[in-house]
Design a protein around this ligand. Structure first.
Ligand SMILES: Cc1ncc(COP(=O)(O)O)c(C=O)c1O
Length: 444
């Protein structure tokens, strides 16, 4: 059957099976802009989003009573599995003893030490979202270097950080298509180069006006685009040679292991940012500094009544509830042992998809980074964000997502990503393999 015809069949099936979600989606058009509480939620593959009822571990149910295996896991924010017991316990205990005070708690020290053990950076600060951690890290990099610009890789994503929603078009830096309300022309704030292109990186850093490179250690938001051998060495050398700070954003690449890609591959960033799952889904994020950067910052920033309360930080950042949840999550949920199991499940998922692609002779491929697996509808592995973007297929994306949803499986929206949590089982993975194989057979 053609992809168009299959999509039509699946859309009808979806509408038939989700009457309560459809009713709520209609009602939501009253109080909510565009009928959703957050703009991205209009992009689910049916004609309306599924309304969630309850979630536990790697599963959730919707308001029509269907149960799903969740491989989206809140786009990594629930990589711990939903409502992990140790985090819930810590939340219950801490919320009865205070939620937010603008005072430090002992948990902040424990979490700081644990992040140092995992990622190697010497000192830490806390925020509520990875977006904010990136914004604050960029501001500190500007302050330290006295330089105005940042450099990012084409088709990166680092949250709703103004300077990063930039792309290359015919060699010029412009706002990403459809980006709402960019504050200034992006070429005033940002240099953009392709991932895995050390020559372009060296050329752009040679201008001497870049405060920091902000990079995921593998692109994960345009499919997974891994670093080629030697690229990280070139990135570190080029940033060091030009006095540019290197910020590694581990928000997604924590999938590579307990200390993210940085620990797994021995990176040496100047700053590191992370958010999403570190508190089991409760808003929490962290940004860390190498000993050298921390020393330079402490010498530069006033530690008295002149300390800045405008550019970085926030009233509810580092609140005691987030930090209690982070401590419980890091000590009891996202443990070294949990990662071993999650990565083995990722390998099983990858094998299942690769075998189905091979069996049905489809020109697709699958990539894995730790416990994160992604398939792209093109035969060759992309080396840059542009190649990955060019390999996108909106029709197939929508069809596969809906096909899976109709059979009790939730994939991450915007791309074909699946994440394994400590609560995910081999049966969950095999269920996806069977459904993916069925879709591949119908499409082949
Ligand atoms: C690599 C990376 N950094 C930062 C963020 C921002 O996270 P948040 O939206 O939770 O602020 C994202 C979100 O997807 C991300 O993928």
């Amino acid at each position: 059957m053609s992809a168009e015809a299959l999509l039509e069949r699946e859309l009808e099936h979806f509408e038939r099976e989700h009457p309560r979600s459809r009713e709520l989606a209609e009602e939501a058009k009253g109080p909510l802009l565009s009928g959703v509480p957050m703009p991205w939620m209009i992009r689910w593959p049916g004609r309306f989003p599924v309304f969630a009822a309850e979630a536990q571990g790697a599963r959730f149910t919707d308001v029509d009573g269907h149960e799903y295996v969740d491989f989206c896991l809140g786009d990594t924010a629930a990589m711990t599995g939903h409502s992990p017991a140790p985090t819930v316990r810590a939340l219950r205990e801490q919320s009865a003893k205070g939620i937010t005070l603008m005072l430090p708690s002992e948990d902040a020290l424990w979490v700081g030490r644990e992040l140092t053990r995992r990622f190697g950076l010497a000192r830490w600060q806390f925020a509520l979202t990875a977006t904010d951690a990136n914004r604050f890290a960029i501001r500190l990099a500007r302050e330290l270097t006295g330089r105005p610009k940042i450099l990012v890789f084409n088709w990166c994503y680092h949250g709703s950080v103004d300077e990063t929603v930039a792309t290359l078009r015919d060699g010029a830096v412009v706002a990403r298509d459809g980006n709402v309300g960019p504050p200034v022309p992006l070429d005033e704030t940002t240099r953009v180069v392709e991932w895995n292109d050390p020559a372009a990186l060296e050329r752009e850093l040679a201008h001497g006006d870049v405060a920091c490179v902000l990079a995921e250690p593998a692109l994960t938001n345009i499919g997974i685009v891994l670093a080629e051998p030697g690229f990280h060495d070139a990135l570190r050398a080029a940033t060091r040679d030009t006095g540019t700070l290197l910020i590694i954003d581990e928000t997604h690449t924590i999938c590579a292991g307990p200390g993210g890609y940085t620990a797994a591959y021995g990176l040496e960033p100047d700053l590191l940012t992370i958010g999403k799952p570190i508190a089991g889904g409760i808003p929490a994020a962290a940004y860390g500094f190498s000993a050298e950067v921390a020393e330079r910052l402490e010498a530069l920033l006033p530690a008295d009544e002149r300390a800045d309360v405008g550019g970085i930080g926030g009233t509810v950042a580092a609140n005691v509830l987030s930090l209690a949840a982070t401590r419980a999550t890091l000590s009891e949920v996202l443990t070294d042992e949990a990662f071993e199991r999650m990565i083995a499940l990722g390998e099983r998922f990858e094998r299942g998809v690769a075998e189905a692609i091979e069996r049905h002779g489809l020109p697709w491929h699958v990539t894995r980074l730790g416990c994160r697996v992604e398939y792209l509808f093109r035969a060759e592995r992309p080396h840059t964000g542009s190649e990955a973007a060019a390999g996108g297929n909106a029709l197939l994306d929508r069809l596969i997502h809906l096909y899976a949803l109709n059979r009790g499986i939730l994939l991450t929206p915007f791309h074909n990503m699946a994440l394994m949590s400590p609560a995910t089982t081999e049966e969950d993975v095999d269920r996806h393999t069977a459904v993916f194989g069925e879709a591949a057979r119908e499409l082949a």
